[in-house]
Design a protein around this ligand. Structure first.
Ligand SMILES: [Zn+2]
Ligand SMILES: [Zn+2]
Length: 286
């Protein structure tokens, strides 16, 4: 079984009820944080997960809303861990992630220096193990396998999705993307697809061109549902709602997805949790 928790279902626009984009994936004893938007560690604390419990950090792309709290994750893991042999935090992301992590640590160098000089048992800065990938298998430990595939979020490039497999269960995290063949391949037969979405019908009606621009590189609810149907996934989990879903509107969003996808559709607030069991999915596309 793999457990998916939507830690933050918001977007770049600050919202009192929704943290920034990030999803927690538990597979066996391993805990993966996928993207680290605004407020991620507060939401993780609500489900009993601290920065020092993370097995690895997976980043889909380098848009600010998806990496807004990277410094918090790196520094908090470092200062809240008392293991003298703390292993480096694996960080897997698209090319460019190394520069983002290194410059984030550079921006934090005063803080890091203060803490090293103040605490005798902190002798080195936060340790990370960065892997830049655009495609292929990136993880294989203790029965958990993770594969990466390219997505299409141009001009944000490269952007990637992740497929996590454990004990016959599988979950694909698409991130921000328009429909594309490589995502279809990554998601083929998966138990669940976690997909960011926008309501094109609502956004296209807005008078600001800068907001309407976002339709060009995100999937609408119907497009995400269509991807899920084509790939034959078992559960479609929608997140990163643009505009934010207001209380009482959930069924409108679900109905739009259901016009295209006739299996389980999950929509929720922050901390919404979905269990993905082996054998879900693998429905032939058609
Ligand atoms: Zn994005
Ligand atoms: Zn985004």
């Amino acid at each position: 079984m793999i457990e998916v928790t939507l830690l933050g279902t918001g977007s770049p626009i600050p919202d009192a009820r929704r943290a920034g984009p990030s999803t927690l994936v538990r597979a066996g004893e391993q805990i993966f944080l996928v993207d680290c938007g605004r407020g991620v560690l507060q939401r993780a604390a609500a489900v009993g997960v601290g920065a020092n419990n993370l097995t690895a950090l997976l980043i889909t792309h380098l848009h600010s809303d998806h990496i807004a709290d990277l410094a918090d994750v790196l520094i908090t893991r470092w200062v809240s861990n008392f293991d003298p042999n703390l292993p480096p935090l694996p960080i897997i992301g698209p090319p460019g992630i190394a520069e983002v992590v290194e410059s984030t640590l550079a921006a934090m160098r005063f803080d890091i220096g203060y803490r090293i000089s103040h605490h005798d048992d902190l002798t080195a800065p936060p340790q990370v193990e960065i892997e830049e990938v655009a495609d292929g298998v990136v993880w294989g430990r203790d029965g958990v396998q993770i594969r990466v595939g390219p997505t299409d979020h141009r001009p944000v490039t490269p952007s990637i999705g992740f497929r996590v497999e454990h004990g016959g269960a599988s979950v694909v995290l698409a991130g921000d993307t328009v429909p594309c063949q490589s995502l279809d391949e990554l998601a083929a037969g998966a138990g669940a697809l976690v997909h960011t979405v926008i309501r094109e019908d609502l956004i296209e009606a807005l008078p600001m061109q800068r907001l309407r621009d976002i339709c060009g590189y995100h999937s609408s609810v119907e497009q995400a549902a269509d991807t899920a149907a084509r790939a034959g996934v078992g559960i479609l989990i929608l997140t990163h709602y643009v505009p934010a879903i207001q209380p009482g509107q959930e069924e409108d969003w679900r109905a739009l997805a259901a016009t295209v996808f006739d299996r389980q559709i999950e929509i929720g607030d922050d901390l919404h949790r979905v269990q993905v069991h082996p054998g879900v999915g693998a429905k032939p596309a058609g």
